[in-house]
Write a protein that binds this ligand. Structure first.
Ligand code: ADP
Ligand code: MG
Length: 322
């Protein structure tokens, strides 16, 4: 095993670290899930890793959107970017509180901080023309048509009904990088780019928030490159990315280089709304100079930086010079 002491590691937490079983998003279930997840994160810190955290926010934003709708006649609805900011704060405070406690229980006095983080996107991104990311609750066709008349994009998505879709542009730059780096360099365990970050465009020298959703795994790869992490760990609810997922030929992907992983992705092995972006994020991070990216289950993350768990993406061994 590679020694991991002193290794800077970005950990991206998925839905199972933030909600209860069956996606239960009640406050008690969210808090319990975060507390369990922070026990695993504390093990990484105890192993000597410098940890930077990021997280998803799908169910939490979904709940805020529903509140927006139901309360629209009483309280002015807030835009999607406000909802992302609100979830960064709420999830951030749960993470900070739980991780402080798990660290203290191990005798580790490390400060923990959550940041409100904005991520720059390109106003010319092709994603603006093709909203693809489903958000919020399912509604009937009649209700979806009302929302469509008010300018939103809604799509029929099978037997459960219609769902709003929004653009998911490429995360380009962590706008709060100086703050995040200053904290990380001071030994603070930082939470950044939560929910993929609040998407912003630059127009005539001014930043403006936009209604879009950034993919948390792609933003995690950007965050990892920005803080010059050696390892990106994508913590989800399966131990490996697999080929032949859901078929009798299902096989875990173990150690692989980015080109090998991309070849499997091109052959259609990874579903676009779930494993696809994790695989893309892992490949990008390593192609961009990262030492290792690991996709594994939350309970295996302590073994991930050493490459001893999950799907381990590493550069192809350099060809020997002649
Ligand atoms: P998270 O909330 O952690 O970001 P997702 O639910 O988006 O996680 O993605 C993880 C899920 O991806 C797994 O639970 C599994 O159902 C699904 N999945 C799709 N294709 C694959 C695959 N090829 N290998 C493993 N899991 C896959
Ligand atoms: Mg999930």
């Amino acid at each position: 095993m590679t020694p991991t002491g002193g290794m800077r590691v970005v950990v991206a937490l998925g839905g199972n670290a933030l909600t209860g079983p069956d996606g239960d998003a009640s406050p008690a279930a969210q808090q319990a899930a975060v507390e369990l997840a922070m026990e695993r994160v504390a093990e990484l810190v105890a192993a000597g890793c410098e940890v930077v955290l990021t997280h998803g926010n799908g169910p939490q934003v979904g709940n805020l959107l529903t509140k927006n709708e139901l309360a629209a006649r009483v309280v002015p609805p807030v835009p999607l970017d406000w909802c992302v900011a609100q979830t960064q704060a709420t999830i951030g405070f749960l993470v900070v509180t739980a991780l402080e406690r798990s660290l203290a229980a191990r005798g580790l006095a490390r400060p923990v901080a959550a940041t409100v983080s904005r991520v720059l996107v390109d106003s010319a991104d092709p994603a603006w023309r093709l909203p693809t990311k489903p958000i919020g609750r399912y509604v009937t066709e009649a209700e979806a048509r009302e929302h469509t008349a008010r300018g939103q994009t809604w799509e029929a998505r099978g037997p459960r009904g219609w769902r709003r879709v929004v653009p998911s542009p490429e995360p380009r730059e962590l706008l709060d990088r100086e703050v995040v780096l200053a904290l990380v360099d001071r030994g603070v365990v930082v939470v950044a780019a939560g929910g993929g970050g609040i998407p912003m465009v630059a127009e005539g020298g001014r930043l403006r928030a936009v209604e879009a959703v950034l993919d948390k795994d792609l933003s995690a790869a950007l965050l990892a490159a920005t803080v010059r992490a050696e390892c990106l760990v994508i913590a989800t609810d399966v131990e490996h990315a697999a080929t032949g997922w859901g078929t009798p030929e299902q096989r875990p992907v173990g150690r692989v280089d980015p080109a090998g992983l991309r070849a499997l992705a091109a052959a259609g092995h990874f579903a676009s709304g779930s494993m696809g972006p994790k695989v893309e994020a892992a490949a990008r991070f390593v192609e961009g100079g990262g030492r290792r990216a690991v996709i594994t289950s939350l309970d295996r993350i302590a073994a991930a930086p050493a490459g001893a768990a999950g799907t381990v993406v590493e550069p192809a061994p350099a060809r020997r010079a002649r």
